[in-house]
Design a protein around this ligand. Structure first.
Ligand SMILES: [Zn+2]
Length: 176
């Protein structure tokens, strides 16, 4: 059985045959991801294998992509490297989702069928940053360019709260 990445197939069939699929999907063909990107070129490459683990239908997904997003500091396009390996539980309703073991991601299957495109679209979407930025130490981080109308200071303060989990830990330790 030959299965392309765009074709939907019953989950029971995919799992029952332990279907393994290599894929190369143009990012422009990922409906939700493509809406988040500034450029439509590039592709997602990877491999998926369906199986049943402890009674649960799962997809082991390995995917790499370099979607283009806009750095929110310098407003230039940048490639955001995505390489994820995840085990995704394929569930048909929210009750089943509650029973999924920890450590698995959950994908809600519509009408008992799924395509590799659906899975990859969702997983890359989750991997995209809320606020994309070039790495610290890069040119745009060093230069103090103040864009007109851009409140860099307030934005940085808000972000640093989100990006310093250990600051909170420090607060917790102080309370002891
Ligand atoms: Zn930048």
């Amino acid at each position: 059985m030959s299965l392309g990445w765009s074709r939907r197939a019953p989950v029971d069939t995919l799992v029952g045959t332990e279907a393994a699929i290599d894929f190369t999907i143009p990012l422009k063909d990922l409906p939700r991801v493509s809406r988040e990107l500034t450029a439509s070129d590039g592709e997602a490459k990877g491999h998926v294998r369906f199986s049943r683990q402890s009674g649960q239908a799962v997809a082991d997904l390995d995917v790499r992509a370099q979607p283009e997003v806009v750095c929110q500091r310098c407003m230039q396009a940048m490639h955001w490297p995505v390489h994820l390996k995840s085990r995704v539980a394929l569930v048909s309703d929210y009750n089943a989702a509650d029973r999924v073991p920890d450590g698995l991601e959950v994908f809600l299957v519509e009408a008992d069928s799924v395509s590799v495109r659906d899975l990859v679209d969702e997983e890359i979407l989750l991997a995209l940053p809320n606020v994309a930025r070039h790495a610290e130490g890069s040119e745009c981080a060093d230069s103090q360019v103040q864009l007109p109308g851009h409140e860099a200071d307030t934005q940085d303060a808000a972000d640093s709260q989100v990006q310093k989990p250990f600051a909170q830990l420090g607060e917790l330790l102080k309370r002891k």
